[in-house]
Write a protein that binds this ligand. Structure first.
Ligand code: SF4
Ligand code: SF4
Length: 183
C-alpha cells in the first residue's frame, strides 16, 4: 500500500552555529573526559610488560602436589574427576608401589583446553593432591600440548614451589583416609 503524503514527516537538520561547525563543544567534551581519566585510579594492567596483580583466590593451571618424599600425593580415588563438571580429568589407577596407600595414578591427564577452572577438583580432593595455581599465561601450539599429564602436572608443582608463587595449601601433610586400603 503506498504511503500518503500526509504520513510523511520531513525532518529539518538543526541549525549549527560557528562553534558547532568547528566541532568545538565536542572537542572540549572529549578533552574533559581525557583529563578526568588522568586523575582517576588506573585499572588497565600493562601485560605482558608488567605482571598482573591477581586476586588471592585466582584459579589458574593445575598442579599435582608431591608428598614429603617427593612422590605424587594423589591416591587415585577419582573424586576430582567425578566432581569435574567439564569431564576433563582422566585417571587410570594402578596398585600403588608404596606401602602407605592402596592405589596411585598410573595415568593422570587434564585437558586444560576443556577445563573451565572452576576449582571443583581441588575442593573434592580428600588429600590436597590437586591444586589450581596462579599460572595464567598458558599457551600451546597444539591440542596435545594442552593435555597435561602427570609429569607435567608435577612439574607445575616443582615450578610454582620453587618460584614461591603458590605456597602449598596442604593442611595435614599426610595422606587422607581415601588412601587407606579397603577392608
Ligand atoms: S577446575 Fe573444574 S573444570 Fe577444571 S579440571 Fe578442575 S573440576 Fe574440572
Ligand atoms: S581427588 Fe585427589 S587423590 Fe583423588 S584422584 Fe583426584 S587428585 Fe587424586
Amino acid at each position: 500500500m503506498p504511503i500518503s503524503d500526509s504520513d510523511v514527516r520531513w525532518v529539518k537538520p538543526p541549525k549549527m552555529g560557528l562553534a558547532e561547525r568547528l566541532y568545538l563543544p565536542a572537542i572540549v567534551e572529549g578533552l574533559g573526559t581525557t583529563i578526568k581519566h588522568m586523575f582517576q585510579p588506573k585499572v588497565t594492567q600493562q601485560f605482558p610488560e608488567e605482571r598482573p596483580q591477581l586476586p588471592p583466590n585466582y584459579r589458574g593451571v593445575h598442579r599435582l602436589n608431591r608428598d614429603e618424599q617427593g612422590r605424587v600425593k594423589c591416591v587415585a580415588c577419582y573424586m576430582c574427576s567425578t566432581a569435574c563438571p567439564a569431564r576433563c580429568i582422566d585417571i587410570v589407577a594402578a596398585p600403588s608401589p608404596w606401602p602407605d596407600r592402596e592405589k596411585y595414578p598410573e595415568l593422570f591427564v587434564i585437558d586444560e583446553l576443556r577445563c573451565i577452572y572452576c576449582g571443583m577438583c581441588e575442593q573434592a580432593c580428600p588429600c590436597d593432591a590437586i591444586e589450581l595455581t596462579s599460572l595464567f599465561d598458558l599457551t600451546g601450539l597444539s591440542r596435545e600440548e594442552m593435555m597435561f599429564d602427570k609429569e607435567k602436572l608435577l612439574s607445575v608443582f616443582d615450578q610454582t614451589v620453587a618460584a614461591g608463587t603458590d605456597p602449598i595449601r596442604t593442611r595435614s601433610g599426610k595422606l587422607s583416609v581415601a588412601s587407606e586400603p579397603a577392608v
